[in-house]
Design a protein around this ligand. Structure first.
Ligand code: SF4
Length: 458
């Protein structure tokens, strides 16, 4: 892998503030507001290494055993603008504005994730994911509440059946952090629910009756907000269904509260494999020693970890930011799986990027780093159309004899396809798919060729 000599073709930084995946809520009242702890930093007291310096600035008097208790972290989430103002400089006017935003889109952030923010940088990429913005309201009428039309594919409460062989199980709307770019932001005002035993039974009955389903995705909200025992009750029941081959868990805990990935959870999950875990890192600064340890614990328990990031304006919308993120993920053995175009969700417009930005990023990475580091860029289509992968177009022309291709450096190559004699069973349109124009790409090319439409980035 040529990581040390990576040359990036395009740098697509955007100046204004700018966008994920699943949903959330605002439940437990704080028992011990973290804001009561010292906010005066003393660099001499900060230990060396990569542990977030702001942990010691904000939470220096919290002993490690309490800090590493995920339930303490969860109970002590910052959920009000007043609490937030103890950590992040906010004028009285800003506080009043954000209070209005949180009436529609609540705030919740764990002390751990908060400690990753540089409070002095208004453009901090972690801040933009967790701290409300007035643009959630000023641009709040743009987009849709449920752009993926998940309600349409909900077959029993909490169970979405869109693709023939997969179902999505939404067990709760509670999340440790309310990500400002969340696709299920509409759920936040429903106040924190967990599926009742009767609802879970109905979901399990549906899955048992539909033998084409081989893959169950457990999501939310974040399913790891449930206790390990509660999760085991449900996962063990899914595993009893004979036609279910794999179980997937969608969770952002490794990123926003990695202390949740403890030995008890990993030992439980290891009993019901194959289980795959998809998580959601968006920026290299989220790859902390704690996050790396959480992923390592999962991997050692036989649970592969993949990453699904969302392309977010001003957070990770450049080749450099994506390359740093993906290289960081590979270093902790997490596979960069998807890079999602931010969905058309109300309250996220300020975080969305033009689609061309994502294609340019993939183009800027392809050839310059290992293919293992390059996620698939996808749009999740509105109205439940499903995921569509997008990538730069490398085919310049093609005819029955072959293709004209460009490589990552822009150099042009001819590539010969097998002759019809070699593949008599293939129909002509497979050997020479239809294009939408004709032209000759070179002097040598005597036969008309069909030129494919190039993307704007091509
Ligand atoms: S963790 Fe996922 S589901 Fe929860 S708020 Fe963030 S993006 Fe939404």
């Amino acid at each position: 892998m040529k990581t040390s000599s990576v040359r990036f073709k395009s740098q697509l930084r955007h100046e204004s503030e700018k966008c994920c995946l699943e949903s959330c809520s605002n439940d437990d009242p704080e028992e011990e507001p973290p804001g009561k702890h010292s906010t005066s930093g003393d660099p001499e007291e900060e230990p060396p290494g990569k542990i977030a310096a702001t942990r010691y600035r904000f939470f220096g008097d919290i002993p490690d055993d309490i800090w590493n208790d995920w339930k303490w972290q969860f109970r002590n989430r910052v959920t009000s603008v007043e609490q937030l103002a103890k950590f992040i400089p906010l004028s009285t006017k800003e506080q009043a504005q954000l209070r209005l935003v949180t009436m529609r889109y609540p705030l919740a952030v764990t002390p751990y994730y908060l400690s990753l923010i540089n409070p002095d940088d208004p453009d901090d990429p972690i801040r933009k994911q967790a701290i409300p913005s007035t643009m959630e309201m000023t641009m709040g009428s743009i987009g849709a509440e449920d752009p993926l039309d998940e309600k349409k594919d909900t077959v029993v409460p909490g169970l979405v059946h869109r693709y023939p062989d997969r179902v999505l199980l939404v067990l709760t709307d509670i999340c440790p952090v309310l990500c400002r770019h969340c696709t299920r932001k509409r759920e936040w005002r429903n106040g924190g629910w967990v599926r009742s035993p009767a609802e879970v039974e109905a979901m399990l009955a549906y899955i048992s009756q539909h033998k084409a389903v081989r893959d169950v995705i457990i999501s939310g909200g974040d399913p790891l907000t449930l206790s390990t025992r509660h999760l085991e009750d449900i996962i063990s029941r899914i595993r009893e269904i004979r036609h279910i081959e794999i179980i997937r868990i969608g969770t952002r805990f490794p990123v926003v509260l990695p202390q949740r990935i403890d030995n008890e959870l990993c030992s439980m999950l290891a009993k019901y494999g194959p289980i795959w875990l998809n998580t959601h890192f968006n920026h290299v600064r989220e790859i902390t020693p704690e996050a790396a340890e959480a992923c390592d614990r999962l991997l050692r328990s036989g649970i592969p970890v993949n990453n699904q990031s969302v392309l977010l304006r001003g957070i990770n919308d450049s080749v450099e930011a994506q390359a740093e993120l993906c290289h960081g993920l590979l270093k902790i053995k997490v596979r960069p799986y998807y890079l999602f175009q931010c969905d058309e969700v109300q309250g996220t417009e300020h975080l969305r990027t033009p689609v061309e930005v994502g294609i340019k990023i993939i183009e800027g990475m392809r050839g310059h780093t290992s293919g293992l580091a390059i996620p698939t860029f996808v749009i999740d289509l509105p109205q439940g159309g499903g995921k569509v992968p997008l990538q730069p177009d490398y085919i310049l022309a093609q005819n029955e004899g072959g293709l004209v291709l460009r490589n990552y450096e822009g150099r042009i190559f001819r590539y010969r396809t097998p002759t019809r004699l070699a593949c008599p069973e293939l129909p002509a349109e497979v050997l020479c798919p239809a294009g939408n124009a004709t032209a000759s790409p070179s002097q040598e090319n005597r036969v008309p060729v069909r030129v494919r439409r190039s993307s704007k980035c091509g």
